[in-house]
Design a protein around this ligand. Structure first.
Ligand code: HEC
Length: 143
């Protein structure tokens, strides 16, 4: 009897952790957009949707870093996100456009990790939900 209860407890914790990780990690770019939309509405009550055009401008705009360096998302991801990019250490970065790389924007934790890191790198602040959504919308829109 006791053994059964323990087994049941183990099973249910396994199951819930499996469900939890599926919920947290796996996504489609469209599901991610929904999450950022909810956040964007909280950040800005007059939020009026995401724009691929604005995302494209955001992607390519050069910012003068406090170190004096000019940097944009395109610095590493290239001005054509359908192509491979390069990190500062010269490592290949696979394309960002969904059409060229269907793995993109399918892992919430990975997406948040790199937004956090790269927005600090380029803008020296976090990206807003509006900026993240525009960026994803742009990468979805490329054919
Ligand atoms: C210094 C180089 C560099 C710059 C500049 C850069 N990135 Fe990246 N980015 C990377 C690397 C390296 C990875 C991780 C490798 C990979 O996923 O192929 C990455 C991955 C990402 C991912 C993960 C996407 C996914 O689903 O796999 C996002 C989101 C991202 N970058 C957003 C941005 C944004 C937004 C900017 C501009 C504000 C930016 N990056 C600028 C190097 C850069």
């Amino acid at each position: 009897m006791r053994k059964n209860i323990m087994l049941l407890g183990l099973l249910s914790s396994l199951l819930s952790s499996a469900l939890f990780s599926v919920n947290v990690l796996a996504a489609t770019p469209q599901e991610l957009l929904k999450q950022y939309e909810a956040q964007a509405k909280q950040e800005n009550p007059s939020f009026a949707g995401f724009s691929a055009d604005r995302g494209g401008v955001f992607f390519k705009t050069e910012h003068t870093h406090s170190t004096g360096q000019q940097v944009s998302c395109a610095t590493c991801h290239t001005t054509d996100p359908r192509k491979q990019g390069k990190s500062r250490a010269n490592k290949v970065i696979e394309p960002m456009a969904i059409i060229a790389n269907p793995q993109r924007f399918t892992d919430t934790a990975k997406v948040e990790k790199w937004f956090s890191r790269n927005c600090k790198d380029v803008l020296e602040r976090s990206c807003t939900a509006q900026e993240k959504g525009d960026y994803i919308q742009y990468l979805i829109s490329l054919k």
